[in-house]
Design a protein around this ligand. Structure first.
Ligand code: PFF
Length: 455
């Protein structure tokens, strides 16, 4: 009896940690703060939270229910239910998106590794001004070989894990490391809010200035909600396919969404007070977090230790996300094209590396990619928007139409409720998936096209 109930408990928490491992990553700690900073702070955060509730949570459950019912990959899930239709192209879009995201995500993850290396060398002891920190950041990102090298190392790590399929090991590691990351983040948040001038940062983060809301801000908030929860490209379909039939899926899905959102907000509570204390512009773009954090470590007792712990945990959080990105691609080639797992992981990792090079050169390494075609936007930010906002948005929209109208709410609910759990507010979920989510996502994209506020 005791063993049985322990086994069950472990099944569900195992899933929660694996899915939370996918969701929690650079999206929370790097992308959320800088996107909030570029989109006016509090107003963006409010819209983001609305999207998490109205679209994020329902779509998490939709993807998980589809995965659990079919026990297949992102493409196979659609094929299993409607083999004669073109619906599996939605999964195909997801595979392409996984590739697209991985190709810029691994560049940022590479920066994390370099910062870890610097931390190990003692680079974050003693007080560090924002100017010094920026010089350090630029010296990394504008060195083409260094940026490409760390991208390659990170992709190699991802391939290594996905190739071995050692998900058990990952599950076990995340169970220990995720809570540790949470502890470090809380300590950093305490340090940050007590910095002189820090309160101003909290006001910026949480006090909405409604005049800042534009269609561009709404689009970015929607993209951020999907990106952060790993939605719109089949990652949660794949993870749902491993979810035990006898466990409570709605509860586990909600826990993942809650956990993910908490970590993003906590990252904001760390970064924004420090931004204001150090006198940095919140609109600083992708380098923001990397420039601001060293100023906090520099002002902390045992700052070097915190820097090492933080960058190590951040790199691991990023790794558990890149694993899920590559896994969507690899699972497709293994299941649908009969490739060996090892061949799929290595080939796709290598192709991804080549596609990642322009992004690795986009923060100063090459003028062409830093100011792409003279457009004023760098190649990495462009990829981030194309794949991380639009592609995920379109993927989520199609998924809602599929689950709500083609497969149908009753069947999806049946999958969500298997194991004998009732889905709280199942009717409301049905309305959200059929009407609210597709309409909201569709309207946001339509208005963006009409008003041409693409970024
Ligand atoms: N959710 C991850 C993060 O916030 O860092 C990024 C991500 C992983 C997006 C997997 C999409 C995905 F399928």
């Amino acid at each position: 009896m005791a063993t049985a109930s322990r086994g069950q408990w472990s099944g569900k928490t195992g899933f929660i940690f694996a899915a939370a491992g996918s969701a929690i990553g650079l999206g929370n700690i790097w992308r959320f703060p800088y996107t909030a900073g570029e989109n006016g702070g509090g107003a963006f955060v409010l819209v983001y939270l609305l999207f998490v509730l109205l679209i994020g949570v329902p779509v998490v459950l939709a993807e998980l229910s589809l995965g659990r019912r079919t026990e297949r990959n992102a493409v196979g899930a659609f094929k299993a239910l409607f083999p004669e239709t073109k619906w599996h192209w939605v999964g195909g879009l997801g595979v392409a998106t996984g590739f697209g995201i991985l190709a810029f995500y691994s560049v940022i993850a590479g920066w994390t590794l370099w910062y870890l290396w610097e931390a190990l060398l003692g680079g974050f002891s003693g007080s560090i001004s924002a100017e010094q920190s920026e010089t350090m950041f630029v010296s990394l990102t504008s060195d083409p070989l260094l940026a490409i090298f760390f991208t390659a190392v990170f992709l190699a790590l991802t391939v290594f894990v996905v190739r071995g399929g050692i998900s058990k090991g990952i599950e076990r590691t995340t169970k220990i490391l995720m809570p540790l990351l949470l502890v470090i983040l809380i300590l950093l948040a305490i340090r940050s809010v007590t910095l002189e001038g820090g309160m101003e940062g909290l006001v910026y983060l949480f006090k909405p200035d409604f005049s800042k809301i534009t269609f561009g801000v709404i689009m970015n908030a929607m993209g951020q909600a999907l990106f952060s929860l790993s939605l719109g490209m089949g990652a949660m379909i794949t993870y749902g396919s491993y979810f035990p039939k006898r466990e409570n899926l709605p509860q586990a899905g909600a826990a993942v969404a809650l956990f993910d959102t908490m970590i993003a907000l906590l990252a904001g509570v760390i970064i924004f007070p420090a931004i204001f204390a150090a006198g940095v512009d919140p609109d600083g773009g992708p380098g923001l977090v990397f420039i601001v954090l060293p100023t906090i470590f520099g002002s902390m007792p045992a700052g070097s230790f915190f820097a090492i712990a933080f960058y190590a945990l951040l790199a691991i959080a990023a790794l558990t996300s890149t694993i899920s990105l590559l896994e969507v691609v690899v699972a497709y080639f293994v299941d649908e094209r009969d490739w060996k797992r090892s061949k799929a992981a290595i080939t796709m990792g290598a192709i991804c590396f080549v596609i990642a090079i322009p992004s690795a050169l986009a923060a100063g390494g090459s003028d062409f990619f830093t100011n792409f075609f003279g457009s004023g936007i760098d190649f990495l930010s462009l990829q981030n928007i194309i794949w991380g906002n639009y592609s995920l948005g379109i993927g989520a929209l199609l998924l809602c139409v599929f689950v709500g109208w083609k497969w149908g709410v009753p069947k999806a609910l049946e999958s969500l409720e298997s194991g004998g759990y009732s889905m709280p507010a199942g009717n409301i979920w049905g309305v959200l998936i059929r009407y609210v989510c597709p309409l909201a996502v569709g309207l946001v994209i339509a208005f963006i096209i009409i008003t041409q506020q693409y970024m």
